[in-house]
Ligand binder design. Structure first.
Ligand SMILES: Cc1cc2nc3c(=O)[nH]c(=O)nc-3n(C[C@H](O)[C@H](O)[C@H](O)COP(=O)(O)OP(=O)(O)OC[C@H]3O[C@@H](n4cnc5c(N)ncnc54)[C@H](O)[C@@H]3O)c2cc1C
Length: 375
């Protein structure tokens, strides 16, 4: 870069999954794009590493397909709480369990193939009239995309940040060398801490823990899930524990003048539904279309519609998480009515619209949540 002022249509700050997906979607439309990231690939991150079927579909449409022996097909979701077990399969496509480093390497390779300019190990230090500033000089561009993650500086510089209210939630993950015992993502519900187990390889699972309150240690949190501890007995950790939080980040909007936000930078509610990556890929496609049309207001509206249902679902699950009696009833109801769970999962995975739930299923869910139960 060496201090020169280069002309590009778009500069993307952050080369994580959201930034790379945006660059790939822009290249598909023939738009020139430079991605700049302060780290070097393959970039790892605290993540549950399960991609919902709609996210996998979006990845494929971008030409990104991690090698089969480096990831696992995910058939559905299983909720476990003590004796209660509820499970449902995705209705059409499968999801994917994939290490972040594997996903990142595949996305970087595809980006390079399609002509995305990639700059690694260079932090963006601020915005300027022409574009963005780095220690090496300015990079000018017509559009600036902030894909710089949960603690986005671009969000702050563009004046799009808003303070987030509610309980502070954190996440941490670690991997274990063990043959996956299922092709479902397992969610172990417990007191103020959920554990997510995702198969990510032939002999590796990822365990992500989400909890409310103060920062805590992986081992102590895992100890709250005795059944999972038993499952993992003797399995060697294959990564260091890596954490992140607080998770909730709020925005006033996702676009201002010629700056747009995508992925976690565009606001993040919680990892409880495990769909941050899918959402980022949908946003990337919407943003590239808006840039092609030269109108970021269109993108702002599209993102509001995209996140409305996921945010409502997250709010509902967080409420259930804080109220054990309600949680027992929810899991009990889903265990007794797998078809209801499947329908909810299909809506969550964007395979079916919300209206497909229908009055009968809504009434069954409400009756299940309201019935008396022993805690
Ligand atoms: C515990 C946990 C579990 C999760 N589980 C799942 C799951 O199972 N499934 C799922 O879909 N989602 C999950 N998520 C969410 C998912 O991880 C995120 O939504 C996703 O990583 C967002 O990608 P991103 O590209 O927006 O951000 P990131 O992956 O954070 O990428 C941001 C990039 O920006 C770069 N950067 C930052 N600042 C600068 C700067 N100033 N200059 C240059 N570069 C910069 C960073 O180096 C980084 O590479 C989980 C999250 C957590 C915390």
């Amino acid at each position: 870069m060496g201090g020169r002022v280069a002309e590009r249509e778009v500069v993307v700050v952050g080369g994580g999954p959201a930034g790379l997906a945006t660059a790939l979607e822009l290249r598909r439309r023939g738009i020139s794009v430079l991605v700049i990231d302060g780290s070097r690939p393959p970039i790892d991150k605290a993540c549950g590493e399960g991609i919902m079927p709609d996210g996998v579909e979006r990845l494929r449409s971008m030409g990104v397909e991690p090698l089969q022996d480096e990831c696992c097909e995910i058939r559905g979701i299983r909720y476990l709480e003590g004796e209660r077990v509820a499970e449902a399969a995705f209705s059409t496509l499968c999801g994917l369990g994939v290490r972040r480093t594997v996903l990142h390497a595949a996305m970087v390779e595809r980006a390079a193939e399609t002509g995305v300019e990639l700059v690694w190990g260079e932090k963006v230090l601020g915005l300027c009239a022409e574009g963005v500033m780095t220690a090496q000089g300015q990079i000018s561009a017509s559009w600036i995309v902030g894909a710089d993650g949960l603690s986005s500086k671009v969000r702050h510089w563009a004046g799009l940040e808003r303070s987030a209210k509610g309980p502070r939630r954190f996440g941490v993950r670690q991997h274990f060398e063990i043959e996956p015992w299922t092709d479902l993502v397992e969610v172990y519900w417990g007191s103020e801490c959920e554990a997510y187990v995702t198969p990510v390889g032939r002999c590796e699972v990822g365990v992500a823990l989400l909890w409310s309150g103060e920062k805590a240690n992986f081992g102590k949190l895992l100890g709250r899930h005795s059944e999972l501890v038993r499952r993992l007995e003797g399995a060697r950790p294959s990564s260091q524990a890596r954490g992140l939080g607080p998770l909730h980040r709020a925005v006033t909007g996702v676009a201002r003048r010629r700056v747009a936000l995508v992925g976690d930078a565009a606001g993040y509610r919680d990892a409880i539904t495990g769909e941050g990556l899918s959402l980022a890929f949908h946003q990337a496609a919407a943003l590239a279309a808006a840039i092609e049309n030269g109108d970021l207001r269109e993108y702002d509206g599209r993102v509001r519609r995209l996140v409305a249902l996921p945010n409502a679902l997250i709010a509902g699950l967080l409420f259930v998480e804080r109220h054990p009696a309600l949680r027992h009833r929810l899991i009990g109801t889903l265990a007794e009515a797998p078809d209801l769970f499947s329908r909810l999962l299909a809506i969550h995975a964007r395979e079916q619209p919300l209206a497909s739930l229908g009055l009968g299923a809504t009434a069954r869910l409400a009756a299940g949540l309201l019935r008396p139960t022993s805690v």
